[in-house]
Design a binder for this molecule. Structure first.
Ligand code: BGC
Length: 803
């Protein structure tokens, strides 16, 4: 069953920010928060619009120190549409009238935001207003707002103010408000005939020109133009038209604001404002544009829908799919775009690209692989920058930044504000070099799912080999141990930046990092072997690879050091990093009772003058990441190659140790824990999965979602179904399923793309069936446990599941 609507039926100023983030309208090119058109930015409302790679750098002086930050720029507000009844104040939800009825709805099937409001003004006039708005999934530069206004108990004059507002700044995240938020300079406002207003602005440093144009029409219910008077007002960074007309009691009137959005990075245009103006003049009606939009979404759902037999879960999964597609759609595939951790509907993390790709791509790989390919290209295009970063730090190969923006330089802030004590504290998180392992893992996974040898040989392999080379030059040999080590880095757990009291940044031998490097050092050889001979030779020459390097890599695959220590029962667990066992235990009960929510223990401890570095605690899954990225079989193979044993209960033992020491200060952590638990504790896993499902919808971190959705978690919940519970693993021509927690999965179906084939997967309590619905000549096999069957075009294979 397809649950499609999110409904809020009262106006709550305190949670409006969250609802605005959750009800955004976007198409993978541009995305706008679900703010009401008539509300100005303020304490409760933040009408932000963002586009991929729309970055700008500005410097702020913080405590005498110049701090440079790159932000995803809040673009001019194209929403502005205000309603004035007779000579009253323009309507707002708070203060200008009595709100008699209010509803805010979000149609997940088409990412369309609607509001219905009925209000009584101080003169006793009652008016109802229905608003619908979308950003077109079919035509990426189009957007539309439709209003239906009905004077309920009066006749008289109505005024609609339709504007494009370039006076916006970035101030959506309270923590960043001391930092420079002005990113736009005015260029010019202008009109295109009587109906179309236009505005052009430019980002101050990156010089991206942004052009917007809006055509506003007033129509009767038959779609016939109503007689209106228009008055224009314009400033260098703002333009509006006031449109006035008479309205009759009980007779609905429609207003359509059709908008064209361009910037100077777009294709097939001359100059963004001229193009926007021309396009806006030609735009079809709202209804026609909306039909095209609906069609594009329904095709996307056919590809990307994941059906489960549980309404509540379904609603949340649908919400997540709707958001993923607003950031990563076919339109994205034509841009130079990365996957921003917080989507395109808020300013948290400044729109930067992190390792969260690792959680996002598995969903896309099997549905919209062309989109993953283009997102991976974002990394490939920044290879030279990563090479320069490695060289500057004294290493070989390529070192990608922890946070990436426009050109691939390191964008991680050097200081961050602790909201608990108002102090600016040093930020060492750029030492999370593990992002470099994630990029390679993503390239390899994409290749496994698609068999796209063209991408691998032209782009992916070079990145992967250069990153391997970087790790190899970072690793040092410890002769006493007879093993290779990596020191001075951080793992995914951001609470541990260094050893307590040490002046040196980073930690020794983060297990996750070291195992990833061992995996990569081995996989690099497989990548080379997969390349066509001539390409392999050319690449070998162009990056100056040597036999000696390959031997070194092979040694890393056999001799990386992995630290272990004993848990409370004397059983071996993987140490998060070397020396972890010497840290102090935290008095968890005391902190819970003192602070309640301790997800951000780092801020709490620092505000107390202490540091999380001292304790055995973690913001998020770190060691457990190993059981997330690798199956038991793969881990046994990697650790076996390294000469460490892998016992069948390793996952259970490690999660037993780390779960009680993890605060889930990053919601990504729930995904990882749920995934690991799926192996042996389906009920507990499902609980974690449900927490992850609720994390944005219910804003479990208390305020973060309003600043942008968590794309990794959203995609991660879908991947939990796909990889965690269905146990999907693509390897060569073989697609394996290892279903776990089958009871919970019953009634599930989805479509997957695997190596150019299209597969419809369905699972109930007893059976898993795979119907192949393409007619490509590609040969593939499906495996469930010990049974392997060839999946032929237009045929189905079925497997009986062991309960
Ligand atoms: C997490 C990181 C993540 C980042 C962006 C942080 O809170 O600790 O792992 O990459 O958020 O989502």
């Amino acid at each position: 069953m397809f649950t499609t609507t999110l409904t809020y039926d009262s106006y709550e100023p305190a949670t409006e920010g969250l609802r605005e983030a959750l009800t955004s309208t976007g198409n993978g090119y541009i995305c706008t928060r679900g703010a009401a058109e008539w509300e100005d930015p303020g304490a409760s409302h933040y009408p932000g619009t963002y586009t991929h790679s729309g970055f700008n750098r500005e410097t702020t002086i913080v405590a005498g120190r110049a701090v440079l930050n790159e932000d995803l720029v809040n673009l001019p507000n194209w929403l502005v549409l205000k309603l004035r009844v007779e000579d009253g104040e323009p309507f707002r939800l708070a203060g200008t009238a009595d709100v008699l009825e209010y509803r805010h709805e979000y149609d997940l099937a088409t990412a369309t935001v609607s509001r219905f409001v009925r209000f009584r003004d101080p003169a006793g006039r009652e008016t109802s207003l229905t608003s619908r708005r979308f950003v077109s999934m079919s035509d990426r530069h189009w957007a539309g707002i439709e209003w239906t206004i009905t004077p309920e108990n009066w006749s008289g004059r109505l005024e609609v103010i339709t504007a494009l507002d370039g006076r916006v700044t970035n101030w959506g995240v309270a923590r960043y408000q001391e930092l420079e938020g002005r990113h736009l300079d005015p260029v010019v406002p202008r009109t295109f005939g009587p109906e179309v207003i236009g505005l052009k602005v430019r980002t101050r440093q990156s010089q991206i020109h942004v052009g917007q144009a809006a055509r506003t029409r007033v129509l009767d219910l038959d779609g016939q133009p109503v007689n209106v008077a228009r008055e224009l007002y314009q400033m260098e960074d703002y333009i509006h038209q006031t449109i006035s007309f008479s309205a009759t009691e009980g007779e609905p009137i429609r207003v359509e604001k059709m908008v064209a959005l361009y910037n100077s990075r777009d294709h097939a245009m001359s100059e963004p404002l001229t193009t926007a103006g021309t396009v806006a003049s030609r735009l079809p009606t709202f209804a026609e544009a909306f039909t095209r939009h609906q069609r594009a979404w329904s095709e996307l759902w056919e590809r990307c829908g994941v059906e489960v037999g549980d309404d509540e879960v379904q609603l949340r999964l649908n919400l997540h799919i709707a958001h993923i597609l607003q950031v990563c759609s076919r339109h994205t595939a034509e841009l130079d775009a990365g996957a921003p951790a917080r989507g395109l509907n808020g300013e948290a993390y400044r729109g930067h690209i992190f390792w969260d790709e690792l959680f996002i791509y598995p969903f896309l790989n099997y549905r919209l692989p062309e989109v993953t390919r283009s997102l991976l290209m974002y990394r490939c295009r920044r290879l030279d920058e990563a090479r320069a970063a490695a060289a500057d730090a004294g290493y070989r190969g390529a070192m990608y930044p922890w946070q990436s923006g426009s050109d691939g330089t390191e964008e991680t802030q050097v200081v961050h504000l602790n909201p608990r004590n108002g102090q600016w504290e040093p930020d060492l998180s750029h030492n999370q070099r593990h992002v470099n392992a994630a990029i390679c893992y993503n390239i390899w996974q994409y290749y496994q799912a698609t068999g796209d040898i063209d991408f691998l040989s032209r782009f992916g392999a070079e990145v992967l080999l250069e990153i391997t080379r970087f790790w190899a030059s970072l690793a040092t040999f410890n002769a006493d141990r007879g093993r290779w080590e990596i020191n001075g880095v951080m793992g995914p757990d951001e609470f541990h930046e260094k050893y307590p009291g040490s002046d040196e940044e980073g930690l020794r031998n983060n297990a996750y990092t070291n195992v990833m490097v061992a995996w990569l050092a081995h996989t690099a050889g497989q990548v080379l072997a997969a390349l066509p001979v001539r390409r392999r030779r050319r690449l070998w020459d162009s990056i100056g690879l040597t036999e000696g390097e390959l031997e070194h890599w092979a040694e890393l695959a056999r001799l990386m050091y992995i630290p272990f220590h004993e848990d409370e029962n004397g059983d071996a667990v993987i140490s998060q990093f070397e020396g972890y066992e010497d840290l102090e235990e935290l008095d968890w009960a005391a902190y819970r009772s003192k602070y309640g929510n301790i997800q951000r223990l780092d801020r709490i401890l620092r505000a107390e003058g202490d540091t999380p570095d001292r304790y055995k605690l973690a913001k998020q899954a770190d060691t457990l990441m190993l059981f997330y990225v690798f199956s038991d079989t793969q881990l046994a193979e990697i650790l076996g190659r390294l000469g460490y044993g892998y016992e069948p209960d390793a996952a259970r033992r490690n999660i037993g140790y780390y779960e009680s020491r993890t605060t889930h200060g990053s919601t990504l952590s729930y995904i990882v824990h749920a995934h690991v638990l799926a192996r042996f504790d389906p009920d507990r896993s499902w609980e974690m999965f449900r927490t992850a499902l609720d994390s944005d919808l219910n804003d479990v971190q208390g305020g973060t979602t309003a600043e942008g959705i968590h794309l990794g978690v959203m995609a991660g919940t879908l991947d939990l179904i796909q990889r965690g519970y269905l146990g999907t693993e693509g390897n060569g021509e073989l697609l394996r399923f290892t279903p776990r927690g089958v009871q919970k999965l019953a009634g599930q179906s989805m479509t997957m793309r695997f190596r150019e084939t299209v597969l419809k997967i369905a699972i109930d309590h007893e059976r898993l069936s795979v119907s192949r619905v393409d007619d490509s000549p590609t040969l593939i096999w499906i495996a469930v446990e010990d049974s392997i069957q060839e999946a032929r075009p237009a045929q189905a294979v079925e497997f009986t599941l062991q309960s």
